[in-house]
Design a protein around this ligand. Structure first.
Ligand SMILES: CC(C)(COP(=O)(O)OP(=O)(O)OC[C@H]1O[C@@H](n2cnc3c(N)ncnc32)[C@H](O)[C@@H]1OP(=O)(O)O)[C@@H](O)C(=O)NCCC(=O)NCCS
Length: 273
């Protein structure tokens, strides 16, 4: 892999969103090059996919993640391994103070990576979720299953034409949060609410048993390549580091220049309420 010259000084906080389109892996040479960035267990997982488009999605996402990790810490992409949390959340190994999460759809692979604490300490967990806009309407029949009463009330108050997009926002925000927590669907979705409006723009409200400190979380949404991407970042109530966005191209051999994120974080004040 070509070395990048935009690596941060060791221990400086940063937050980066990488994304790439798996479609490039339709070229067998690109697929092969991506597969070579993976380790043996990942290649074995890739080989089990029945459909090529699902294999490409998997390979692109995992090759992207390894590329993002190697850009942040001096280890070759294929030398990373992962330890799994109780509910399957992968953490990069060897541990090096990086927070990390990935998400994929058939047409877009994303990876969020950061070092959030001061002085090089791990300052928080992060989560990311991506969904295509064309999925928005299909979420509406699931609202009673996945959204809280307060979320459903806000959703129902919107004009019908605006409801699919709100549902997509809610879905990806909730996923980004449960992925940051690493607990998957062990978290009761009905006890977690993302509420829109007011001075804060958007805020998390949750049963204290599920989330004792909502104010430690900040959220952001971006739209890229026909997809909505939601980010959840655990902070101590401060604005996260400036988001750098890396649009990458499989097979990830070329250096990628970050583009400005213009990310808006919510709740806006980040103050404890
Ligand atoms: C598994 C889950 C963590 C994410 O599932 P998903 O949305 O299908 O998958 P994504 O593409 O966003 O992310 C998958 C990646 O997250 C990571 N991941 C796996 N388990 C995780 C966990 N417990 N916590 C955080 N990240 C996890 C892995 O890197 C995984 O990639 P891999 O399977 O290729 O190794 C979980 O939230 C889930 O099962 N969701 C089901 C959908 C649902 O009902 N959501 C309700 C939304 S309101």
């Amino acid at each position: 892999m070509t070395p990048h010259n935009n690596a941060h000084p060791l221990h400086a906080p940063f937050l980066r969103l990488w994304y790439a389109a798996p479609a490039a892996l339709a070229d067998p040479a690109v697929e092969q090059a991506c597969a070579e960035l993976l380790d043996e267990p990942e290649r074995a997982r890739a080989a089990r996919f029945h459909f090529a488009r699902h294999r490409h999605e998997f390979l692109a996402t995992h090759a992207l993640a390894r590329t993002a990790l190697s850009q942040a810490h001096p280890l070759p992409p294929r030398d990373w391994s992962y330890t799994l949390g109780k509910y399957g959340k992968p953490a990069p190994a060897p541990p090096c103070g990086l927070a990390f999460n990935q998400s994929n759809s058939v047409d877009l692979a994303v990876c969020l990576i950061g070092r959030l604490g001061d002085d090089g300490e791990v300052g928080g967990e992060i989560g990311v979720d991506v969904e295509p806009f064309h999925r928005a309407a299909s979420i509406l029949p699931l609202v009673t299953k996945v959204f809280s009463p307060a979320e459903r009330e806000q959703l129902a108050a919107l004009p019908v034409a605006d409801q699919p997009l709100r549902a997509l926002s809610l879905w990806t925000l909730k996923e980004s949060y449960i992925k940051a927590r690493g607990l998957g669907l062990a978290l009761p979705l009905s006890k977690i609410s993302f509420l829109f409006g007011g001075d804060e723009g958007l805020r998390l409200k949750a049963d204290p048993v599920v989330e004792p400190d909502c104010a430690r979380w900040r959220f952001c949404q971006l739209d890229r390549e026909g997809h909505r991407i939601s980010l959840a970042v655990e902070t101590t109530g401060r604005t996260p580091p400036a988001l750098e966005i890396f649009p990458a191209q499989p097979p990830f051999t070329e250096p990628v220049l970050p583009v400005p994120g213009n990310a808006s974080w919510f709740p806006r004040s980040g103050q404890r309420t």
